[in-house]
Design a protein around this ligand. Structure first.
Ligand code: NAP
Length: 303
């Protein structure tokens, strides 16, 4: 899309700032950011590079700012993070503003494993994203809503942090069950590249853009790490998949508000049991993106 205007919410976030970088690097494409009042300094580096700023937040009462944000935009991208009030209510008001202002495409803040094949209650944050997808299916009008699915972020903060499949510091890898099911991984940076490519695509994409930098079983992930780092890992089997269900249920029951105690386990469960698998992968649609594998990432980061 030449002369496109891409309107991005969440440009100050971890993924959003990478998406903004990709869009600013495209010729003949204008980037517009929705920035919460008082937080403009967080995107000063993007504003200096030419991003237009609209101040506002997604959510109730934000209609005038959202209309100004969406007016004349070709694609709206959401890279927000939050609870149901942001993901369902906020994104719904953003989608309505996009629809009413003739926006062609809307990319919601999914960026996850296959949230459409994970059963209700298995991952709470996927439930809210599916609830938004239902609103979008009913209310999008002529807007093409494209859900970007990329598996687990193949980064220090996620694969080697939040989910802790591998802890490089203790050289330990953790698994439940047999670890024989393929799992999808994509870096934040590659996800941003695919998102920018989808945002500026001239042709219809469809409901889902599924991509992955690598698809490996747990055991293959361990081997890839060991090959790239030259370090051997100790594998700790934490229990069966039934034990994992029990661990999640116990933690949810003892303190439902403590999401961090069980949300990573929920994501890991959907990868280990294959319910979050992304099929088909559509990497080939954007040959300009060559996503990193686990081995390449570990080598590059010197883990
Ligand atoms: N697949 C994976 O492994 C994985 C891992 C992590 C995240 N994710 C997904 O990636 C997406 C982005 O996550 P992230 O980690 O980049 O998030 P993040 O760093 O927490 O950034 C969130 C962004 O949303 C903005 N925001 C929040 N509420 C808003 C509102 N009401 N109005 C306007 N802006 C609002 C924040 O603005 P302020 O700067 O003003 O706060 C910030 O720019 C999410 O969908 C998340 O679930 C996927």
């Amino acid at each position: 899309m030449s002369n496109a205007v891409i309107a991005l919410v969440g440009g100050s976030g971890q993924l959003g700032t990478l998406v903004a970088d990709e869009i600013l690097a495209l010729p003949d494409v204008q980037l517009r950011l929705l920035v919460r009042p008082g937080r403009r300094d967080r995107v000063a580096h993007l504003e200096r590079r030419g991003a237009q700023i609209v101040e506002g937040a997604i959510g109730a009462g934000a209609e005038p700012a959202l209309a100004a944000f969406a007016a004349g935009a070709t694609t709206v991208i959401s890279a927000v993070q939050g609870g149901p009030e942001v993901i369902i209510d906020g994104q719904s008001s953003l989608l309505r503003a996009a629809r009413d202002n003739g926006v062609r495409r809307f990319i919601p803040s999914d960026f996850s494993l296959n949230l459409f094949t994970v059963a209700k209650g298995q991952i709470l944050s996927s439930d809210t994203r599916r609830a938004f997808a239902d609103v979008a299916a009913a209310e999008a009008g002529d807007v093409e809503v494209v859900h970007v699915l990329n598996g687990q972020f193949l980064d220090r903060k996620v694969l080697f942090g939040f989910i802790r499949v591998i802890d490089p510091a203790t050289r330990t890898a953790y698994v439940w069950g047999d670890g024989d099911t393929p799992m999808d991984f994509t870096t934040y940076a590659d996800t941003a590249r695919y998102t920018a490519a989808a945002a500026t695509d001239d042709s219809p994409i469809g409901d889902v853009l599924g991509v992955a930098g690598d698809t490996l079983t747990f055991h293959e992930t361990v081997l890839a790490f060991e090959k790239a780092s030259g370090k051997s890992l100790r594998v700790e089997r934490l229990g069966s998949m039934a034990d994992l269900d029990q661990r999640i249920a116990d933690r949810q029951r003892s303190d439902p508000a403590d999401f961090h105690a069980y949300l990573p386990l929920m994501y890991y469960r959907a990868q280990l049991n294959g319910t979050g698998r992304i099929e088909p992968l559509m990497n080939d649609r954007y040959p300009s993106v060559t996503p990193s594998t686990v081995e390449q990432y570990v080598t590059r980061e010197g883990l």
